[in-house]
Design a protein around this ligand. Structure first.
Ligand code: EPU
Length: 417
């Protein structure tokens, strides 16, 4: 059994380079199904979710090759299956993007309900609403089956601001006949990245990053080269680690604009944040003030940074209130933080955190991907040794997390067996 072992209390110092964005990569790779030609995707993060989606697409007939560790060559011209293998699909959430991409290209898709982190109910009704509006018939009984004679552009209003539905409907619409307007869409940086990728391959998408996306259907997408944006959440995790350890970290290869809500909260908590062109330096002052946080769709504070922030606030002076407004149930990891001495009460979607003087090392589990990142932050701050289990969650989304922390001076290592 693998575990991460952290000896807490080290001040982190130095530079860290951020990998390509997981949530952009897991959408752009299946989006290549729509492309009639070869796509070369650069800055692909070397994480488990990427290997899973690549494996699924290879199983379906795509030719995919790593040109180097971070560059993928994808050729879907000989893809001959529109049914995704169930056991692989259930390993990750983003496999739902196969639906939009397969429907867009073949007018037919069959994909099991996706897996991923457990945050309570994770419906995909808005994805399905969009596919139906474009003219598909969709049946959903454990496996989602979608089929259409043709797809026609239309006007779609999403009832909920959803990253997945926004991207999936965009994928289904790029090759549809005529114009599609999607309103009340999500604005996350990776949505803009997927639209930029599709446009670079010949699509006509306008408005990504605003509330309304307008698409003119095109006949075909051609191949090309595209580089994925840096991972906003990995960057935020290292920024919080700097504040948490009273450290001094230059977080490099990022887009500082994407980090505004995290930077603002860290300044409020007492850290110094210096924005450079493509980097942010965070200087922990040793003081961690209490603060209230509410997660929201972009540009609000990201739900995917919520556990890391709760770990930090668990040692703040005073009481902090953190409200989760994106997911029904994203506080499972709090029980693990309590094992380390945190004083946190969860009431539905709100956590009330009474800052304690220090956390104590303990054996804890990564309950999910970002919950696992929260445990690493807690371990870095704690007195004594923290052992973190269930690393498969962390490995889904962070590339060599412990090696990047080691390079910053952390006493952290992965132990196998
Ligand atoms: N929702 C619906 N119906 C839908 C779709 C969503 O009710 O058809 C609800 C969800 O239940 C949730 C809210 O809308 O309450 C937002 O869900 P969204 O669709 O935006 O989430 P997602 O696309 O499934 C992506 C990220 C998550 C991240 C959320 C929110 C990927 C692969 N996943 O999920 O990332 O938390 O957006 O920003 O892009 C992570 O990286 O750790 C992670 C969980």
């Amino acid at each position: 059994m693998e575990k991460i072992v952290v000896q807490g209390g080290k001040r982190l110092q130095g530079e860290v380079s951020i990998s390509g964005a997981k949530n952009a990569a897991v959408a752009i790779i299946p989006a290549a199904i729509l492309v009639d030609g070869v796509c070369v995707i650069e800055n692909v993060p070397n994480i488990r979710d990427v290997h899973v989606i690549v494996g699924i697409m290879e199983h379906m007939g795509a030719k995919i090759e790593f040109l180097d560790k971070y560059t993928l060559r994808i050729d879907c011209s000989c893809m001959d299956k529109q049914t995704a293998p169930q056991e692989m699909v259930r390993k990750m959430r983003a496999s739902y993007y196969l639906l939009g991409a397969l429907l867009g290209r073949f007018h037919r898709a069959e994909v099991a309900m996706p897996g991923g982190c457990n945050f309570g109910s994770r419906p995909i009704d808005q994805h399905i609403k969009g596919f139906k509006a474009l003219g598909a018939k969709v049946f959903c009984e454990g496996v989602v089956k979608a089929a259409a004679d043709e797809l026609n552009g239309t006007s779609i209003y999403l009832d909920i601001v959803s990253v997945g539905a926004t991207i999936n409907v965009m994928l289904a619409a790029v090759l549809a006949k005529g114009r599609t307007t999607i309103e009340n869409v999500a604005k996350e940086p990776h949505i803009v990245d997927v639209a930029n990728f599709l446009n670079a391959m010949g699509a006509d998408i306008k408005g990504a990053g605003t509330d309304v996306i307008r698409i003119r259907g095109v006949e075909r997408l051609k191949g090309g080269t595209y580089s994925i944006i840096p991972d906003q959440i990995e960057a935020g995790t290292f920024m919080i680690a700097a504040a948490a350890t009273g450290g001094d970290i230059l977080v490099k290869n990022i887009i500082p604009k994407h980090m505004e809500s995290v930077s603002a909260k860290l300044i409020e908590i007492g850290a110094q944040v210096e924005e450079l062109d493509d980097a942010i330096r965070v200087l922990g002052t040793g003081k961690i003030k209490n603060a209230n946080v509410k997660t929201l769709p972009y540009p609000g504070f990201p739900t995917d940074m919520q556990p890391q922030m709760v770990s930090l606030l668990s040692v703040a002076s005073g009481t902090s209130i953190v409200t989760e407004s994106v997911w029904d149930s994203r506080f499972q990891y709090v029980d693990e933080l309590r094992r380390m001495g945190a004083d946190i009460r969860v009431d539905g979607k709100t956590a009330v955190i009474n800052g304690v003087e220090r956390l104590e090392g303990a054996a804890v589990s990564a309950t999910d991907l970002r919950g696992g990142a929260g445990m690493v932050i807690a371990g870095l701050m704690a007195q004594g040794t923290t052992e973190i289990y269930e690393l498969q969650h962390i490995d889904r989304g962070y590339e060599k997390m412990e090696e990047k922390f080691q390079a910053l001076g952390a006493d952290i290592r992965r132990v196998i067996g």
